[in-house]
Design a protein around this ligand. Sequence first.
Ligand code: ADP
Ligand code: MG
Length: 309
Amino acid sequence: MNEFDLIEKYFNWKNLNSNDLGIGDDCALVSIDAHQQIATSVDTLIEGVHFPKGTSASDIAHKALAVNLSDLAAMGATPKYFTLALTLPEFDESWLLDFSSTLRVLANQYQITLVGGDTTKGALSITLNVTGTISQGRALLRSAAQAGDHIFVSNSIGDAALAWRQIQQKLTPSDQLLQHFNTPNPQVELGCALVGVANACIDISDGLEQDLGHILKRSNVGARIDLSQIPLNKEVQSYIQKTQDWCVALAGGDDYELCFSVAPENLEKLKAIEKNLKIKLSEIGVITQNKGIERVGDFDKKCQSYQHF
Ligand code: ADP
Ligand code: MG
C-alpha cells in the first residue's frame, strides 16, 4: 500500500463544511468568516530520508521552512505563522544556533512568524506546521484544471534530483545543484500572483509527473506534455543527453517549483506576471480530456517517483 492509499483508507474522513477543504491538496482550507480562509499544511523532515546525514543545521532549517512555504505557495496563500516540533538526539549549542538563525532569517524574508512548537529527544526530525490566509474561494486547487488549459512550470526542474543521485553515487554535485537540493526557494510570490490567473496549481515535491498526476486525478482530466519544453539547466540537460534518463526531470523530487494550468484567456496576464516577478515560466503542455499523461518526445519508460511505502 503506498502512502496515498494509506491516507485515503484510514484518514480521509470527509467531515468538513462545504466551503472548506480537507485531505488531498497542498494545504487544507478552513473558513474564518465569509471573506477569509486559512490555509494550513504540515511537513516532516527526517534525517536519511529528506536530507542526508551530515547536512548542516542551517541547510536543514532552510529546507524545513521552504518545503512548508512551498505548500502555501501552491495554494496562492499568504504566509502568516508557523509552529515547530523539533526532535533532537542531543543538546548541541552550535547546531541550535545555526539552525535557529537561518530559520529566523528565512521566516523574516517570507514574513512568517514562529508562534509555538514542541521539543523532544530522539532521532533527528523536524516538523513544521505553516498557516497562511487566502480570500474566500480564491485558493488555487488541484481540482480546478480544465481541458484546454496550458500547463506551466516555474524556473527549472531536475536539479535537486540530479544532486541527490550524485550524492547516492558518492559523487560531489556542483554548488549550483547542491544549492537547489539543500536550500530550495519556495515560490510564494508567484503563488500569490497566480490567484485569479491560474486554474489548478501544485508544488513539485515528489516529481513532475506524479505531482501533475495529482492535478489530473482531482480535476478528472489528462495532459499532453512535450519533453523538449521542460525547463532544464545545463547540467541536467547534459546528464539527460548522455544517459537518456529523462526520469531525473520527470520523476525527480525536491524542486519545489510550481506546476500550474492557465486558461487561454489568461495567458496575457501570465506574461505580465512573468515580467513583473522576473521569473522564468515555461509552457510544457496542455490539459486534455483523455485521461493520463501523454508524452511528446522520444522516451516511453515509466519513471518511479518517490513514495514512502
Ligand atoms: P504534499 O506533498 O503537498 O505535502 P502529501 O503528498 O504529503 O502532500 O499529502 C497528500 C494529502 O494527504 C495532503 O492533503 C495531506 O494533508 C494529507 N495527509 C497526509 N498524511 C496524512 C495523515 N496522516 N492524516 C491526514 N491527512 C494526511
Ligand atoms: Mg505540496
